[in-house]
Write a protein of this length. Structure first.
Length: 316
């Protein structure tokens, strides 16, 4: 019994020491990504790992945020694309929105193997971003007024008979034809509500994940147009505004029906950032560089394969 208590005490001290140990390191301010990678999504995993996805070919790059070193977890292939990412610490699964491919891919980050791939979007859809809750993973579609749901069990695993459920967005949600609509997504109250941003209008919505009913969040203090990836940290919502080269810091009310823009974070290294992840006291932001490396969408010129990309660390 004494040995068991001592073991638990030592483990407790070890857990407490982790933030201080990480803080003691000199973390790299800029982490290089593979040349020509065309990153878009980023999410932190367990310990001090992070994952970045490639728009160009769906590849997944795993990064050590302490050392700055990285390696390919999933090799890219023609016809694939990785946009927003979501990580489930229960299963170590990485959920990947597939953009114009209309797919949702799920990888086991322990070895990079493909767990499942779902055909989610109908023709003309663009699966953009995702978030994992206790019971499901949810994804936005920027070209269709819907969200997608993949049910999970309490271990974060996907049941063999699971299929994607399409849920129409309704009530206050404003959909603009031929525009980029729903983009970033986060979850509140253990997944009982979702928050989604419309990139074109800058409107924030509180969404019931059961039926898609949306209530617009009243925002004062600034505009949120070009809203892309989002990160929720307590009551603070960080919203990347890609072409504006900034991150809006928004304080949400307790009922998530109103919000105040507290400040805008800028950085000299920002070059059309798209998504953000949190680690300790820092934010990690993907530089997508759409100005010199356009996304692989119809009507856009090909990107320069020699373009260098990076993940940028900034303080919250």
């Amino acid at each position: 019994m004494a040995r068991a208590i001592l073991t638990k005490f030592v483990y407790f001290l070890f857990i407490l020491s982790i933030p201080f140990a990480v803080s003691a390191h000199t973390l790299p301010d800029i982490i290089s990504l593979p040349t020509g990678f065309q990153p878009e999504g980023v999410v932190t995993g367990k310990h001090h790992s992070a994952y970045v996805g490639s728009l160009k070919n769906g590849g997944i790059y795993k990064v050590d945020l302490v050392s700055g070193n990285g390696e390919m977890l999933v090799e890219g292939s023609e016809g694939k694309s990785a946009v927003g990412l979501a990580f489930d610490k229960r299963s170590d699964y990485l959920f990947v929105a597939g953009g114009l491919t209309g797919t949702i891919a799920v990888y086991d980050t322990s070895d990079g193997s493909l767990v499942r791939e779902f055909a989610a979007a109908a023709a003309g859809g663009f699966v953009n971003d995702g978030i994992v809750t206790r019971k499901a993973a949810y994804f936005t579609d920027s070209f269709l007024p819907v969200i997608y749901k993949v049910k999970l069990n309490h271990h974060g695993h996907i049941k063999e008979d699971s299929e994607v459920k399409t849920i129409a967005l309704s009530d206050d949600f404003e959909y603009l034809d031929s525009e980029f609509n729903a983009n970033g997504i986060v979850a509140t109250h253990h997944g009982k509500r979702l928050i989604i941003i419309n990139s074109t209008t800058g409107a924030l919505y509180k969404v019931n994940p059961k039926n898609g009913k949306a209530k617009e969040i009243s925002v004062v203090g600034g505009e949120l147009i070009n809203g892309d990836g989002m990160l929720l940290d307590g009551d603070d919502l960080y919203i990347v505004q890609n072409f504006l080269n900034q991150i809006a810091v928004v304080e949400l009310s307790s009922d998530n029906l109103s919000a105040v823009v507290e400040e805008y974070i800028t950085h000299p290294s920002f070059q059309i950032p798209t998504t953000v992840a949190g680690f300790g006291d820092w934010l990690y932001v993907v530089n997508a560089k759409f100005d010199v490396a356009p996304p692989p969408l119809p009507g856009f010129p090909p990107a320069d394969p020699s373009t260098e990309f990076e993940l940028i660390r900034i303080e919250k």
